[in-house]
Write a protein of this length. Structure first.
Length: 158
């Protein structure tokens, strides 16, 4: 937010998720529960408390780091993660946003928030690590994002 100027939301979209990823995330919790039950020592006083605490921790961790929405403001991109987490990427640190290959969802040197192989966008930064994301409508996101970035770089308002 610029000093004295209110936030102006330019565009908002949700994160796209591949079906296999939607199945994988609860599967991780299930594997933890199954492995813990099968490997729990028989003489343990209360293994279920440990199992439930571990499963709850993993569920919270996955909830906290998975993107929910992408908000394009006049001066930044906000990646909304599980409540209350999220972070801003100021336009002053962004060089461009572009379509990225599906492979960047799996192998990428940077910050990885891509959740769908069909909708990978790479945010190229001037400094710091680049970021991959997966907006639901990649083309519309890029159009709105690049327009906001151009206006910011030109010093104008949208």
């Amino acid at each position: 937010m610029k000093a004295g100027i209110p936030d102006h939301l330019v565009y908002e979209t949700t994160a796209a998720y591949d079906r296999w990823l939607k199945l994988f995330l609860p599967g991780v919790i299930a594997v933890v529960l199954v492995l813990r039950v099968t490997l729990a020592p028989i003489d343990s006083e209360n293994p279920w408390l440990i199992i439930l605490a571990l499963a709850a921790f993993y569920a919270f961790l996955l909830h906290a780091v998975m993107p929910r929405r992408f908000l394009v403001f006049e001066d930044r991109l906000r990646i909304v993660l599980g409540r209350p987490f999220g972070f801003n990427i100021p336009f002053s640190s962004i060089q461009e946003a572009r379509i990225a290959s599906a492979g960047k969802m799996y192998v990428y040197w940077g910050i990885q928030f891509a959740t769908s192989t069909g909708s990978v966008v790479e945010i190229v930064r001037r400094r710091g690590l680049n970021i991959t994301i997966s907006p639901t409508d990649r083309e519309m996101f890029l159009e709105q994002f690049n327009q906001a970035l151009q206006m910011f770089n030109a010093g104008g308002r949208i």
